[in-house]
Design a protein around this ligand. Structure first.
Ligand code: NDP
Length: 334
């Protein structure tokens, strides 16, 4: 087992905040991002908590990421907002995009936000969950840099291209499904490599194009595979088209060509769609959906768990979290 240190959620926030400020972020940006990182550790999203901080610090220090960025919004039509991240970190753009998207959706029933010129959306659940907490259904996706070979190829071309979906449940936590279209998120493969664990066959290929269970062989010169063969590959292509074709940002392969290779996250596009069941559904959508979830949960078998439940259970504990010592040393070295 890797060595860990116990840290309270406040200590996690404070560590992220102080390192981000030292690396050149202003208070506004540092506090938004520290909140996201703390909440990821709180929910047990380990590949998108403090694990991501070194890359953000690298990007801030190299000047690629603007630590004083303020995102700006253009309401192109009543149901479409364009968000310019101003070369800042993605959560700063989401901070203004989500309230504007929620307002637009409550007026029109359906609205999208196309976000460009910002860095790394991290995990997608914070954004779709925030939209669902306003009584709306949401879909989000983002691309990255080439890490996944499309079905039939042995060379990386797609990002790990996550898709998230959230469904509102008044008086309950939303249903949140948030997954990479890669067989495994790159962050999780990196964490497995760091912790000396194997990954399932089908996760990726080594540098000879051979299937491997060694995460380090995938991370160093190998390639990830999409989940479910051509089906995941098709969804990954959809993500590329929504986040780059539609928003005007770069496709994952173009992003790599444009990146300064400092090790920090690349610039990219994000797509957010929100829908109002209150406006769209006929009859009592809440009762209808509640009974649907009850029927799923009551099915025979080992027990169905609703997506999002694991994180929401973790969230109830205010106990300190265990943070990897090597990671803390790496963060301290910045
Ligand atoms: P997982 O495979 O761990 O989980 C995918 C979804 O399935 C989650 O919503 C999870 O809910 C749910 N789930 C897991 N197990 C079960 C189960 N037994 N029954 C029902 N539901 C279940 O996620 P990934 O590894 O694919 O992705 C991890 C994170 O990485 C995501 O947050 C994603 O957004 C992020 N990511 C970000 C990228 C980027 O470029 N920004 C790229 C790729 C991934 P629960 O959370 O409750 O476990």
């Amino acid at each position: 087992m890797p060595e860990t240190k116990s840290m309270t959620l406040d200590e996690i926030y404070n560590l992220a905040f102080s390192k981000l400020m030292e690396a050149g972020a202003d208070k506004h940006n540092a506090s938004i991002l520290s909140n996201i990182l703390r909440n990821a550790e709180r929910d047990g999203s380990h590949s998108h908590g403090l694990f991501r901080l070194p890359a953000y610090l690298t990007g801030l220090k190299s000047g690629k990421i603007k630590g004083s960025a303020r995102a700006s919004i253009t309401e192109v039509t009543p149901s479409f907002i364009r968000v310019d991240g101003g070369h800042g970190l993605a959560p700063t753009a989401h901070n203004v995009a989500i309230p504007a998207l929620v307002d637009a959706t409550k007026q029109t029933g359906v609205a999208i936000a196309a976000i460009h010129r910002c860095f790394h959306m991290a995990a997608l659940w914070p954004e779709v969950e925030a939209i669902a907490e306003n009584g709306l259904a949401a879909i989000a996706c983002t691309n990255y840099m080439p890490a996944v070979a499309p079905a039939g190829a042995s060379k990386a071309f797609f990002g790990t291209n996550p898709i998230a979906f959230a469904w509102p449940r008044p008086d309950k936590t939303p249903i949140v499904y948030d997954m990479a279209t890669a067989a495994m998120a790159l962050g999780d493969v990196q964490v497995a490599a760091r912790d000396g664990k194997k990954v399932p066959l089908g996760t990726g290929l080594d540098n000879q194009g051979k299937p491997t269970t060694e995460p380090s062989a995938i991370v160093k010169g190998g390639v990830l595979l999409p989940f479910g063969g051509y089906k995941g590959s098709g969804l990954s292509m959809m993500v590329e088209l929504l986040t780059a074709g539609l928003t005007g940002e770069t496709f994952s392969d173009e992003t790599k060509a444009r990146d300064n290779a400092d090790g920090g996250p690349p610039i990219g596009g994000q797509f957010l769609l929100a829908m109002s069941p209150e406006i769209i559904a006929i009859d009592d959508w809440q009762t209808h959906c509640d009974s649907f979830f009850e029927r799923i949960s009551g099915l025979p078998g080992q027990g169905v768990r609703l997506p999002g439940e694991r994180r929401h259970k973790n969230r109830l504990s205010s106990a300190p979290r265990r943070i990897n010592i090597d990671l803390l040393e790496k963060i301290a070295s910045f």
